[in-house]
Structure formats: C-alpha cells, structure tokens
Design a protein around this ligand. Sequence first.
Ligand code: CTP
Ligand code: CA
Length: 232
Amino acid sequence: SGASANRRDLEGRRVVVSAGGTREPLDPVRFLGNRSSGKQGIAIAEAAQARGAQVTLIAANLEVDEPEGCDIRRVSTALELQHAVAEVAPGADVVVMAAAVADYRPASVSESKIKKDQSDDGLTLELVRNPDILAGLGHAPHAGTVLVGFAAETESDDARLLALGRAKREAKGADLLVVNRVGWNEGFASDENEVVVIGDDGTIVTRAHGTKLSVAHAILDVVVSEATTAAS
Ligand code: CTP
Ligand code: CA
C-alpha cells in the first residue's frame, strides 16, 4: 500500500533477496532454464531498500535492470546461488527466496558443444537433484531471521493451491510462504501479481494483488510484523 511505502520500518535491517531463475549448463552454449523474469524479487529488494534496509540481491540471470543501491551478487546456477546464500544469509534479519531454482541439473556438463547423433532421433538427458536451498536454511537454526519462501504453482483450484502452499511452507521450514499462480500467460513477465501469504500455523496472513511493487510492500508488511513479534 502507499502508506507502507513511506515507512522506514526496516531501517538498519539486513535483508537478503534472491531473484531471477537459475540456468543449468549442458554445454558451452546451452542451458536448462525457467521463465522467471526476476521482477517480483527485484520489487522486494527495491521496497526493502525504500523502507531503510541494507539489501543484498542475489541475482540469477535477471531479465530486467538491476536496482540501484543494493549489494548485488550475480550467480547463474543453483549451486552458485547456494554458495552466495551461504555467504550472506547468516545473521540477516530477513531472507527472501524469490528466485526460481532449478530442481535438477545435468549430471555432467560437456566441455564442447554437444553434436547431433545422426543415428538417433531422440536424446535422453541425465539430471541430478540440486540442493534445496530454502529447506537448508529452514531446517537449520535461524532464530532472528525471518525466512520467506515463494511457490509458483499452476494449480487453478484455490483450495488445492492453498493446500500446496501450506504443505510447501511446512516442508521447507519457512516462516512465511508466498503463493502465486503462474501459467503460460500469468505470473512471470507480468508487471502485476496476485499472491497469498501463508504464515507459521498455515493460516493466510495476507492476500495482495496489484503491481509487483505494491505486492512487495504487502509482503514486507507481514515480514515486519513477524520480526517485531519474534523480538518481543
Ligand atoms: N527453492 C530452493 N532450492 C531449490 C528449489 C526451490 O531454495 N532447489 C526455493 C525457491 O526459491 C522457493 C521455494 O523453494 O522459495 C519453493 O520453490 P518451488 O519450486 O515452488 O518448490 P519445490 O520444493 O521445488 O517443489 P516443486 O516440486 O513444486 O517444484
Ligand atoms: Ca521446484
């Protein structure tokens, strides 16, 4: 909301935001990627900065301009993102995992460009699991850090969407989970978003829709009240 945009309620706080989408290389010219533009994560970084926070943005292949005034760590793969998080998350007041992290990466990366095999009309790739960065943070002691996860889901039924979000928050050990619906035409490149934020006990703590910046402020409103509750 406009009111929260003028607050300096994150003054002196250290906020870490991951944004964008990881790319997992197959060879020097190809990767497995996803359609995350990074817009919602960047909006959170900008909003946190406007509210007085010192922001570290872990930027994974952003398709939009980087915000000014943040400490920016550029990464490409999930493993690089994990490394950057391990460096900056300890001691942060807030960690927001808005990046779309590839669940799998190619089991091996070819040193040279993979050529077509003329005798075969298909190709099978072997993939291995990437670490779950958010769950790694959520399952380790993180008192004093509000941990915010995201879930982009294609589920169209509201009740089932919420159930997915609740299960995901629980599984990851996140304090808050922001659920948004995505599809071929909604979510990613858009300047608008519609989210539901799920809290500790699985309840809906807020719903927000509008520009990605206004959604960012609504999410930070919840983060600030969580941080205040935790401190008191
Ligand atoms: N995430 C992460 N590390 C991964 C995968 C996801 O830290 N390897 C984080 C994302 O940044 C996001 C949250 O976990 O904040 C949820 O991501 P999502 O892909 O929705 O969840 P998954 O557990 O991977 O479930 P799914 O099988 O639905 O993809
Ligand atoms: Ca995933």
